[in-house]
Design a binder for this molecule. Structure first.
Ligand code: AHG
Ligand code: MN
Ligand code: MN
Length: 336
């Protein structure tokens, strides 16, 4: 098959014209994410070898321990995007506030802002389990040539122009969408090139895998509890299989290939769950929809939520369309 020979670089150039804004700026932006992904991949791969693993001793804005590789990946992505002078603003899960770039220079023409979760699933680093990077790209809403403001970042997910993730797994892949389907590229580490290995990725409409941290079961809303019991019931094609890695990127990536649902509901401890709307839910929701799947907060579309703050969280149900619709049905029914 010829597509297996196509590199990510070639793919970006070939598909540039099909993108509705054809300035080439978005292509350059995805290219720089590709570069940063390779750099971070190199360090994730040797995490067990060097003194880079373990907590960095600092706590991020969400109050979680930052792992050293979180800090490193955050720095690398931000540096690459700043050095290449490609975006006008960056927001990161690991930074308290957004970063305005070239805010002093009236001539800068950059139109895009990037939001990143530089390392997703970071607690898995110490135990040699897959982690990821998630990115989300918007056009700024304030005028070009001025400093970006919070407004540029607080856009609903349905305004994303591109989103993607890198998975540092048994092989490293970059999967992304610009709103015209989802394509996956696998890194050949010997030569440092990503090749198109998974064209037109699609969630199967139905699935048999459910992914949720069942340790939190007793704190879940009744609708989620009922749905989990439904998954476990002996009937038709059930019981389903439970798989939970604890790296959302890896869990969703597997479910996209095999068919399944990933859930991080709210609980009696966390009224909006744990996952961050801007850095985690929205980009994965955009990818899911572009791959014929679905993403919901249990009652409605994730991509239609109007964010009100940079680090806000949302309950998250993402995966095969029929499975997400089923859990929504259980949520609705348990309300009445
Ligand atoms: P991060 O490493 O960016 O903080 O994200 C971790 C997230 C997500 O990847 C994963 O699915 C979830 O946290 C796991 O949380 P629990 O340990 O609470 O299940
Ligand atoms: Mn994360
Ligand atoms: Mn993270």
């Amino acid at each position: 098959m010829s597509h297996t020979n196509q590199t990510l670089g070639e793919f970006i150039i070939e598909n540039q014209s099909s993108f509705k804004y054809t300035s080439g700026e978005l292509s350059r932006l995805i290219n720089s994410i590709r570069l940063a992904a390779k750099v971070v991949n190199h360090d994730v791969n040797k995490a067990g070898l060097v003194d880079i693993i373990g907590a960095a001793g600092e706590v991020n804005v969400q109050g979680e321990n930052q792992q050293k590789l979180d800090v490193y990946a955050n720095k690398k992505f931000i540096q690459t995007l700043i050095n290449r002078n490609i975006v006008c603003g960056i927001a990161s899960e690991e930074e308290d506030d957004f970063i305005a770039i070239n805010s002093q220079d009236e001539n800068h023409q950059n139109k895009y802002v990037v939001l990143i979760d530089p390392l997703d699933g970071s607690s898995n680093i110490d135990v040699n389990v897959s982690v990821g990077t998630i990115f989300s790209i918007y056009r700024r809403v304030t005028p070009v040539g001025t400093a970006v403001t919070l407004e540029d970042f607080l856009q609903p997910g349905n305004q994303q122009v591109a989103a993607g993730y890198v998975i540092y797994g048994t092989s490293t892949m970059l999967v992304y969408t610009t709103g015209a389907g989802v394509n996956g590229f696998t890194l050949n580490p010997a030569i440092g090139t990503f090749y198109l290995s998974h064209p037109n990725m699609r969630f199967p409409e139905d699935g048999k895998i459910y992914s949720v941290n069942e340790g939190n079961y007793s704190h879940f809303p009744q609708g989620v509890k009922n749905y989990i019991k439904y998954c476990q019931m002996e009937e038709g094609d059930r019981p389903y299989t439970s798989r939970y890695i604890g790296s959302m990127v890896s869990d969703i990536h597997r479910n996209m290939i095999k068919g399944g649902i990933f859930m991080y509901p709210k609980s009696s401890k966390d009224s909006n769950g744990k996952l961050r709307l801007l850095y985690e839910c929205n980009p994965m929701a955009f990818i899911a929809e572009q791959a014929y799947g679905k993403a919901s907060d249990g009652f409605g579309r994730i991509l239609d939520i109007q964010p009100t703050s940079l680090h806000e969280r949302a309950p998250f149900f993402c995966g095969s369309k029929n499975m997400v619709e089923k859990v929504e049905e259980f949520m609705r029914n348990s309300m009445s």
